[in-house]
Design a protein around this ligand. Structure first.
Ligand code: SF4
Length: 315
């Protein structure tokens, strides 16, 4: 893997071709992502409500509560005018966690009306003046509402950066790597994209291949097979990961002694298609890694009806 020299005061390095790394992630995200409704809005109030709700509740369950909340109180001034007991009651009815969050949200709406003339402040610093809004939430609102935030660093992002670029488990290193990776002025799409990567591909059990992770060609974990992360201290299960398929190649070859690629491929993965994304080329790459590691031998053979590449375990 080609990597740029680490900056003198950091002990990680992002790949040399950072523009390609960024493009790959943003294209992957834009092609398909979970359609959370707060991703379709740039209204700071609506985004703040989604952020506060998702602090303690699974995203899938937040959707219904978020829509109902905004039906009840569509603007900061509607919320400011509400009875606090009603807002807290709503929170309880929808099992959204600590009631204090509802109280703070109500108070923040009052501040927006009384201190900011009904217009949300735009910068992370100012947003932190709002009741209950800490640095993470302020940055999320600045990013998603105003495209003017810093790189988000949460558990998912740390896991991605640690695996992909071998960023050490250290908050300062994560902050530095996350902001270096983010393309300037694109916090909205970038933060959404990297959080999505951590949410649907680079999960605790990574789904590198099955989720089509766009960073496989640069990823340190994918290359080495070490998928541990700060929140995953021991090797996770490998559903869809390259390591899993390496293991499958070995176990199939143990059973059959040697096999041509046309017979090995379908035994390694059910969606094997010789000319497809997971076809001869993909399998060839896997075998060549295994050959480099001294585990298999690969050679051309004429023993079948036509010449074909054959793989066997190295004894
Ligand atoms: S290749 Fe796998 S481990 Fe690496 S970033 Fe993608 S999902 Fe995570």
């Amino acid at each position: 893997m080609s990597r740029s020299d680490a900056e003198s005061d950091s002990d990680y390095s992002l790949p040399d071709d950072l523009p390609a790394v960024r493009d790959a992630l943003v294209s992957w995200y834009e092609e398909d992502h979970r359609p959370f409704p707060w991703r379709e809005t740039d209204d700071a109030y609506e985004i703040l409500v989604s952020e506060v709700m998702s602090q303690q509740t699974q995203l899938g369950r937040v959707v219904e509560a978020w829509e109902a909340f905004l039906d009840n109180w569509p603007t900061p001034s509607d919320l400011a005018d509400a009875d606090r007991a009603d807002v807290v009651g709503f929170w309880t009815d929808h099992s959204l966690g600590y009631n204090n969050r509802a109280k703070y949200l109500h108070e923040a709406a009052e501040q927006v009306v009384s201190e900011y003339d009904g217009e949300f402040p735009r910068t992370p610093d100012e947003l932190q003046n709002l009741m209950g809004v800490g640095p993470y939430t302020a940055n999320a609102v600045a990013s998603f509402a105003f495209n003017d935030g810093d790189a988000v660093v949460d558990t998912n992002v740390k896991r991605v950066l640690h695996r992909a670029f071998d960023v050490p488990d250290d908050d300062a290193a994560f902050e530095a790597a996350a902001s270096e990776a983010m393309p300037e002025g694109e916090s909205r799409v970038w933060n959404n994209a990297i959080m999505e990567l951590g949410g649907v591909a680079c999960e605790q059990s990574p789904k590198c291949d099955s989720a089509g992770c766009p960073w496989r060609e640069w990823c340190h974990a994918y290359e080495t097979g070490d998928f541990t992360a700060p929140d995953v201290p021991t090797q996770p299960s490998f559903e869809g990961s390259r390591r899993q398929f390496r293991g499958k190649v070995i176990s199939v070859l143990k059973e059959y002694d040697e096999l041509p690629l046309s017979k090995l491929g379908p035994r390694v993965r059910v969606d094997y298609a010789p000319e497809g994304e997971y076809g001869r080329e993909w399998l060839g790459g896997l075998l060549s890694d295994l050959a480099d590691d001294g585990l298999v031998e690969v050679e051309e053979s004429d023993s079948e009806s036509e010449s074909e590449t054959v793989a066997r375990l190295r004894r």
